[in-house]
Design a binder for this molecule. Structure first.
Ligand SMILES: [Zn+2]
Length: 239
């Protein structure tokens, strides 16, 4: 089975456990319902996502990875790869690019979702996490041209990872600048919030209110376009 576009496989590249549940989980759930096979690639270990001075780093990493697996189970995501770079220290290095290329060549997605590589100067409260920009830049550079080109990272080829060309890139935009693709998530928004709620260590203290707040972004973004709730993307379809 496949998506409306004829895609059979999707990949989501994110910096932290929970990033995808904010930006694209309704779309992912829709793809899984349509029979697509979806995999997550999480770049960092999530080891800085806690303010409690008594929390053990090893425990936090393990907990956040399990929360991400639980969220993926709710959505129907087939596999989660943790690249385990240190949280809050992520940079778009060649090592990170190569690690993402390896996963692209392994899973051969038709479509890839990533975070925005751009910092904007919009005046709302959330400033943007540097790891998000780094993971977006690394994912885009991995997709094009590195995953596609035979001569880039020859050791991957030697290990049997043949070049792969992704057909579409969708950058999560949260209805911001550059959005040009809106996926109607009317039928999966509840499932996406259920997935978000699996990230207990990150949001339990924020209560149900937080889930409703996230719902309202997607509902309001859809209203502006005369649609039901949407998730917003900047899309590049590759010829
Ligand atoms: Zn994040």
């Amino acid at each position: 089975m496949a998506s409306e576009e004829g895609y059979q496989r999707g990949m989501v590249v994110i910096a932290h456990p929970d990033d995808a549940e904010y930006g694209c989980a309704g779309t992912v759930a829709k793809w899984c319902q349509q029979g697509m096979s979806v995999v997550y690639v999480v770049c960092t270990d999530g080891s800085k996502g806690c303010d409690d001075p008594n929390v053990d780093t090893g425990w936090l990493i393990e907990t956040r990875q399990q929360e991400q697996r639980n969220a993926c189970k709710v959505l129907g995501v087939e596999d989660v790869v943790f690249l385990n770079y240190e949280d809050a220290m992520l940079e778009p290095t060649l090592d990170l690019r190569k690690d993402i290329v390896r996963e692209i060549r392994r899973y051969k997605p038709d479509v890839m979702v990533c975070e925005t590589p751009m910092r904007t100067l919009k005046g709302y409260g959330y400033m943007g996490h540097p790891d998000h920009f780094a993971s977006g830049e690394a994912a885009m550079a991995a997709m094009f041209p590195a995953a596609r080109d035979r001569l880039t990272f020859p050791d991957l080829l030697a290990d049997g990872f043949e070049p792969h060309k992704i057909r579409e890139l969708m950058i999560m935009t949260f209805a911001g600048e550059g959005s040009d693709k809106w996926v109607d998530v009317t039928d999966t928004i509840d499932q996406s919030l259920e997935a978000l709620s699996q990230h207990v260590s990150q949001i339990a203290h924020l209560g149900q209110e937080h889930l409703e707040f996230v719902r309202s972004w997607k509902v309001n973004a859809g209203k502006e376009r005369g649609m039901g709730p949407v998730e917003s993307f900047k899309s590049y379809v590759i010829d």
